[in-house]
Design a protein around this ligand. Structure first.
Ligand code: UN1
Length: 520
């Protein structure tokens, strides 16, 4: 089998072994870079210019997943028994490598998923921050002690790893989100199988390469690329995988959750958003417009935290819209590899179709006003990419589909409101609950909104995007299932509690019985 794989790998690379060596990527299983059993590859292209082939990546099978799971199982005992501070030392090394190669990863990311260089750099930086932060936990991983109810008895609680974790990650933060899951999983002593999004395997590959170079032992991290319907499904179904951590669409997340529920596996979900910025009549309008533009059109609106609804007080509605539309029209759309570009392409043809269909719904079904944008750009420099103009709808009402459903593209909807209470009601009136924001100069209003908005993240005088790695990240309602990534809270996903009682009395002591208060 190993020989067959080698022959296959050679064939894939061409007889000289050189032709596609630079851009043919392999799975990483048990510390070995290996092609898929399928012998099949998929070609990934730059969404800003589809003539540019980023690389060929394995289309993996159930057998590949099984091999990765077996490798992760084998590595588990020695990794879990490696003291956490020692695990963390290796992770600090990963952080240094990520830092060293940040520029290269940044360029790779812009090329594979389109986000502009500055934002791709931010994504890599988020992975670096997360790596250092999680590594710091190696010398904490705090449990607790508490008094026992008996004399000469000690009670404490310690964290133990879950075992084998499957990490299924999306394309919009192709290095940051894998790191949010991988780093805490590692510091807690788990071994993992990672399944990156089909559109962005390269950034995860770069992350795994850095881990290999840092000396994370074989089998601790396994990488299996391919289709979600095969690799993701097999991982979610695999009896040896104790936990699945998933970020992606609500629809896929629900499938993953059902598969996990079937076999009593733990499942952490991070899914959609329909995040609102509320702009009050006393807001600094210029600042609010800047926040809205950044939140709505950053990453071409392809963030689960994107500011896809702008709920604006009627008194400043006109002024806000004028400034917003002027700013949106002036945004430079194009290939994110050019430093002057502010909005890159969207990820793929399916995304174009979905976003354009919502633009059509906004105009023709919902009856909102298309204030700017709305076109799929196909001419000249745009001919070979997936570009959509930054789009603003105004006169949107809260019940419209464009105000309710996640579009995941450069489209935002401005909804008028007559009071803070109404704005809060509108903001809460969607199926998701990830992030929200308010622009106001009034501290009472800010706190009132903070208290009444039902989301996992809330900003005052800042956009709905830009979460930092040391605070918990996640959402309420349809966004998730109650877990939080990042912060120390993520440790509760990747470790389980073990309550430990030590009786040093030298005799039998029966809890709830021997020391019980006599009745009457
Ligand atoms: C996502 O959109 O899937 O807060 C994650 C933010 C980023 C992470 C976004 N730090 O917008």
């Amino acid at each position: 089998m190993a020989q067959a794989k080698k022959a296959l790998a050679k064939k894939q690379r061409g007889s000289s072994g050189a032709r596609t060596l630079a851009n043919t990527y392999l799975n990483y299983i048990g510390g070995r870079w290996t092609p898929s059993e399928s012998g099949e590859w998929s070609e990934n292209r730059n969404p800003a210019d589809t003539r540019d082939v980023v690389g060929r990546f394995p289309v993996s099978t159930n057998e590949d997943v099984d091999a990765a799971v077996a490798a992760a199982r084998e590595a588990f005992d020695s990794w879990r028994l490696t003291p956490a501070p020692k695990r963390a030392e290796l992770m600090f090394r990963v952080g240094e490598i990520l830092m060293r190669d940040k520029q290269e990863y940044t360029r790779d990311m812009t090329r594979e998923m389109g986000k502009v260089l500055k934002e791709a750099g931010g994504d890599v930086q988020e992975a670096i921050d997360c790596t250092y932060y999680a590594a710091g936990e190696g010398r904490r991983l705090h449990g607790f002690t508490t008094p026992a109810e008996m004399p000469n008895k000690f009670a404490m609680c310690v964290r133990q790893p879950m075992g084998l974790c499957g990490l299924i990650t999306p394309w919009n933060f192709p290095m940051a989100i894998p790191s949010w899951k991988l780093m805490p999983a590692l510091v807690c002593g788990n071994t993992v199988v990672m399944k990156p999004a089909e559109d962005t395997p390269l950034s995860t590959y770069n992350l795994v390469k850095a881990c290999e170079e840092a000396g994370i032992p074989p089998g601790v991290i396994n990488l299996v690329m391919g289709h979600g319907s095969v690799v993701g499904a097999r991982l979610s179904d695999h009896p040896a995988v104790r936990l699945i951590s998933f970020t992606g669409s609500t629809e896929t997340g629900q499938r993953v959750a059902s598969a996990c529920a079937e076999r009593n596996a733990i499942c952490s979900l991070e899914m959609g958003g329909k995040n609102a910025i509320m702009v009050m009549e006393d807001a600094d309008i210029e600042n609010a417009v800047e926040g809205a533009v950044w939140g709505a059109f950053g990453t071409s609106g392809q963030r689960c935290t994107a500011s896809s609804r702008l709920i604006v007080h009627k008194k400043v509605y006109k002024k806000f819209n004028q400034q917003l539309v002027a700013r949106a029209k002036a945004l430079r759309v194009g290939n994110g590899a050019d430093e002057k570009i502010e909005v890159g392409p969207v990820i793929n043809p399916d995304a174009v179709e979905k976003i354009m269909s919502y633009i059509d719904i906004g105009q023709n079904e919902d009856g909102a006003t298309l204030a700017c944008g709305g076109r799929h750009l196909t001419k000249g420099d745009y001919a070979n990419g997936y570009f959509i103009e930054p789009t603003v709808f105004t006169d949107v009402t809260p019940d419209m589909r464009i105000a309710q459903e996640e579009i995941f593209g450069p489209v935002t909807s401005v909804i008028p409101a007559k009071s803070l209470d109404e704005a809060i009601e509108i903001a809460n009136g969607v199926q998701y609950g990830l992030s929200a924001a308010i622009y106001t100069q009034n501290v009472n209003r800010a706190f009132h909104a903070m208290n009444d908005i039902y989301t996992g993240i809330f900003y005052v005088n800042a956009s709905t995007i830009g979460a930092e790695v040391h605070l918990p990240f996640g959402g309420t309602k349809g966004t998730g299932n109650g877990h939080r990534e990042a912060g120390t809270q993520v440790l509760d996903i990747f470790s389980e509690w073990k309550s430990v009682y030590v009786d040093y009395s030298g005799k039998l002591q029966r809890a709830q019985i021997d020391n019980a208060k006599a009745i009457g």
